[in-house]
Design a protein around this ligand. Sequence first.
Ligand SMILES: [Fe+2]
Length: 277
Amino acid sequence: MTRYFSEDTSEQAVIARLENCDDPRFRTVMEGAIKHLHAFVKEVEPTLDEWMAAIEFLTKTGQICDDKRQEWILASDTLGVSMLVDAINHRKPHGATENTVLGPFHVAGAPELQMGDDICRDGIGEPCVVRGVVADEDGNPISGAELDVWQTNGEGFYDVQQPTEQPQMNLRGKFRTGSDGAFWFKTVKPVPYPVPTDGPVGQLLEAMGRHPYRPAHIHFIVSATGFEQVTTHVFVDGDPYLESDAVFGVKDSLVLPFEQDGDAWSVTFNIGLAKAA
Ligand SMILES: [Fe+2]
């Protein structure tokens, strides 16, 4: 083995330089990254032009990010990495609602609302009532659970994507359960929408021959003292994009029937929380 860098031993040459890294976890992470990155390059054998195209993709992905646009999360989501990291970190016990991706459109500080309030402030979309009970793994209702919910309007856009067209905090709200663990709120029926396609990730999807759509869903973060927080969605059964979600977020247990109930749609989403470790 040469003392210097060679094609055959490239990853070993780079990993050897970690000898003075004194953070064992970081060392494990970097060893894995270097090993797999070198293996990828050896498998694909990129031309110099292809490697430069990759560098340009990464550069543009960073440059388009700001406090409202997170193209890196979108890259991670559309390559299935967000769902994989999520799955590894949320192996839930039976009776607990499954996690799915947070996505790039959560906004902290949604208004605290009363049960039964309407989160839709622009009136665009078909009226829908969402109800359910937050319970522990054994089905006992949880009092004081907080639900942070958000979704697109009836045209498939989040408020932050249309800051001049939608009211601030449109289709966002927080609700807190009482002693029966029950919640309900009014909204509009969610619709499928494309992830943003005007940046480098959109170009990447197109080059891969993929569509950018997500099936209709409502986002939830549910937390309660003494329980593990769950970040999840409820999906609309029958949606045409359930099996080809651009970010791989669908799980069987999260797909529920939305039924016509008078002039409104209605869905019941019961949420189970695992006890905190
Ligand atoms: Fe979403």
